[in-house]
Each structure stands twice: as C-alpha cells, then as structure tokens.
Design a protein around this ligand. Structure first.
Ligand code: PMP
Length: 455
C-alpha cells in the first residue's frame, strides 16, 4: 500500500493525524510506515516488512512486543475491575500492590508513590509537589528547579520547561520562570583540550554551584537529572560527575530528582540508573519499562523529606488538589506488576548487563569509521555521534542531516534506530539476544558505509 492509493492506511493517516515529533509538511509528502504487529524484538509493517526494533519503541518495550502474560494480566483486570480511581480515600488492589512493589524495589529509602500516566505528567506533578511542599514549609521562595541543557523530562508546560532542548522551548514561549539550566555533562563535546573526565566533572559541579549562588539557594527547591541522558542524545556522565553534583546539592539543601524514565528497570545493566552511578535521590520518576509501555503508566516516588510536609498541608478545601482520572489506573497497574515480575523472573537486568557489554563492544568497533566522532553508552543504551571531520569534531550542515540520512539507510536495511541531532541512538528491548546485537552493529556499519559512499 502507498500514500497514493486512496483509502490506504497511509493516505488516511496523512488526511487525519497531526503526529507528535513529526514534520507535518514532510509527512504529507512521505506518509507513515504503518506498523501492524510486533513479536519479541521485531515489528512488522502492513506490507510485511520486518524490522529489528533497536529502540524498543520509544526506549520502553523492555519485555518485547508480544508478551502473552501482559495480555492476560490486562484481560483479567479488565474483566474484574476495568476502572476505578484513587481520589478521595478510594483504592484498589493493583495500585496498592504496585506502590508496595516500587517502594520495595527502590534503590534508596522511599516513602510513598504517586501514580500518573506519562513521564511528562509525572515530572509536572513533581514541580507541583515541590511548590506545595515549599508553601507547606513556609518557604514560598524555595520553588526553583535546576535541570540541564539537553536533559529530557517531557513536554507539558512544566516538564517541557525542565527539558533542556531548544525544539521544546522556542516556539512554545518556554521555559517558564523558575526553571534554570546548567551545563550538559558531555565530556567529548564540552570538555576543554586535555581536560580529564574528572576535571570536567569538577567544572560541571562548579558551574552548578555558581548558578545556585547567583540565584540564592533559598530560591532553589530541586535539581533534576537523568542518570544517563537519553532523548538529548544519549549522554553518559563523566567519571565522578554524580558524586560531585550531589555534594553541591547537599551543601545547599537542594533536593535531587532522578528521572529514571529511560534508565529505570534494567536499561543501564542494573535495576536503576541510580545504582549504576551511586545516585541517592529524594524523588524518582518512573515510566516506560515500568509497563513496557503496553499501557500508559508512570510513578513518582518520594521520600519522607518530601512526603511529610505535603501530608501536613491540606489545601484550602482540605485535600491535596492534584490528580488525574487515570492516576493508578487498575489495568495499567496490573500490567506493570506482571511486567516487573517478568523482568525479575527472566533475569532481564542481568541479560541487559551481558548483552550491553556485547553491544558496547560491538559499537566501539565503529570508532574507526570515518563518519563516527564518538561512540558512548552503558548497558543497553548507546549513542553514535556522526561528524564530517573526526579531528575537528565537525557536525554536519545543516545539523542532524547526516544522522537523519544514516537512520534512513539503516531502517531500509531492517533495523530501527533513532536520529537525535547528529547522534544515532540504540536502545533495544531488554530481551535482546546476541544474534540481534550483532545484527544491529553490522547493519549500522552497513548504513554508515552506504552514507559515506554517497557523500
Ligand atoms: N523523562 C525522560 C527521561 C524521558 O525519556 C521521557 C520520554 N522520552 C519523559 C520524561 C517524558 O515521558 P512521556 O513521553 O511519557 O511524557
């Protein structure tokens, strides 16, 4: 089927959908690839072409695309209680059990879970919780939040403000007041000539401290960061970075939010990115691999420092005035519980560690490619940054054009990656096997060779 056949899915898509993160005019010209089904690490389009989904959808389908246990868990819960809410002293077993499970799994002592349905909603909720807490504590000035250039935290007005990418700010009149961005910890791009990772991390921490002192620590509630930056281009923190950042935050009594939306549940080779990097957060954001994205669900974990003041304050009408109809949705919660059971029973975190080593070693072999500037990653997440001149680290003009072409050439060859600026991202399902990893690496090389030959 093609776009030019009237009534094809492609033509109807162009006729009726405005897509997220898509160039609308270009979409009118080229139309979509319509995905019909998925199994394991593969998806198949309506014409029967199969792709190895090396991005796990949107960094999210941990257990693969056709897990019958998740279908059964959803169907069981649908039949029993398809919906109930968690407002005004109501509860149901799936949300209770999932909250208990997440508190038990958390890498640091956490007190309570608040459910939402997307990463953006979760981070938006955190911004509001911090305002509420500051008011409760009688510190109405202490509401500012620091995030990082190239951090990704979502697209609602508050979470898009936390995100540190121009595409999410410029045409939306963002960021909103009270959000500050500190430097991106990308040693290869931002490090000075001869500067060690350790020295660079010191500079990152000093810049953060200078920002805090400029704004006044009494006006800053929290710092938010992904253990490894994902959607900003897969940026792995330099050695000693998190240790130094946390020391600055402690000194100024600023809470730490770990946005584990991508890193959580095994991606970095340990259950949480916080464990991989020795991060001790006060608040955690979880989503994506929480349910393998089979249904939308996200969670905000808070420790007692956050919970107690919030619990003490009851708003003007005696309640915490925040919550979504679908908060803690029972079917999504039941699917998440089953998904976490599968991750544990099948040892998918250990698989991510083992397959991650194979992926990183395989991709490291691309470093000698004339178009590859840097290969970076940890566990089952990696980025390959393309350049036109290796020595000068020169990016393509216009920016991102080379990675977009490489992405297309690789996709034609049956492997789906993601182009983020000049970087190709790789983030396969946690069930990935050695043969799949080898195919991802091999196909990426072939795509890059084809690109080099065309230039
Ligand atoms: N935080 C991080 C770290 C993310 O990667 C994402 C999504 N890519 C979000 C938040 C936002 O999640 P959602 O798209 O579900 O709103």
């Amino acid at each position: 089927m093609t776009l030019h056949q009237p009534n094809s899915l492609e033509a109807r898509d162009v006729a009726y959908q405005l897509h997220p993160y898509t160039n609308a005019r270009r979409h009118e010209e080229i139309g979509p690839i319509v995905i019909a089904k998925g199994d394991g690490v593969f998806v198949e389009d309506v014409d029967g072409k199969r792709y190895l989904e090396a991005m796990a959808g949107l960094w999210s389908v941990a257990v693969g695309f056709s897990e019958p246990r998740l279908v059964e868990a959803a169907s069981r819960q649908m039949a029993k209680l398809p919906f109930y809410h968690t407002f005004t002293h109501k509860a149901h077993a799936p949300a209770i059990e999932l909250a208990e499970k997440l508190i038990a799994m958390a890498p640091v002592s956490m007190s309570k879970v608040h459910f939402t349905s997307s990463g953006s909603e979760a981070n938006d909720t955190i911004v509001k919780l911090l305002r509420y807490r500051a008011n409760a504590l009688g510190q109405p000035e202490k509401k500012g939040i620091i995030s990082r250039i190239k951090g990704y935290h979502g697209v609602t007005l508050a979470s898009a403000s936390l995100t540190g990418l121009p595409n999410n700010h410029n045409a939306f009149d963002l960021p909103m007041p009270g959000v500050f961005h500190t430097m991106c910890p990308h040693h290869w791009r931002e490090g000075r000539e001869g500067e060690s990772e350790d020295a660079f991390a010191t500079r990152c921490a000093e810049e953060l401290e200078a920002l805090i002192e400029r704004e006044g620590a009494e006006t800053i509630a929290a710092f938010i960061g992904e253990p490894v930056m994902g959607a900003g281009g897969v940026i792995v923190p330099p050695a000693t970075y998190w240790e130094k950042i946390q020391a600055v935050l402690k000194r100024h009594d600023i809470l730490l939010i770990a946005d584990e939306v991508i890193c959580g549940f095994g991606r970095t080779g340990q259950m949480f990115g916080c464990e991989t990097y020795g991060i001790e957060p006060d608040i955690m954001t979880l989503s994506k691999a929480l349910s393998s994205s089979y249904l939308p669900i996200s969670a905000v974990l808070i420790n007692d420092r956050v919970y107690q003041p919030v619990a003490d304050k009851s708003g003007e009408i005696g309640t915490f005035g925040h919550g979504f109809t679908a908060s803690g949705h029972p079917v999504a919660a039941a699917v998440a519980l089953e998904n976490l059971a599968i991750i544990e029973e099948r040892g998918l975190v250990a698989n991510a560690a083992a397959m991650g080593e194979r992926l990183q070693a395989g991709l490291a072999g691309l470093k000698d490619h004339p178009l590859v500037g840097e290969v970076r990653g940890v566990g089952l997440i990696a980025g390959i940054e393309l350049v036109t001149d290796k020595g000068a680290k020169l990016a393509a003009q216009p920016p991102g054009s080379m990675a977009a072409k490489a992405f297309g050439l690789i996709q034609e060859r049956g492997v789906i990656l993601r182009a983020i600026g000049d970087t190709l991202a790789v983030c396969p399902p946690l069930i990935v096997e050695a043969g799949h990893i080898d195919r991802i690496v091999q196909t990426t090389r072939e795509g890059l060779d084809a690109l080099a030959a065309s230039m």
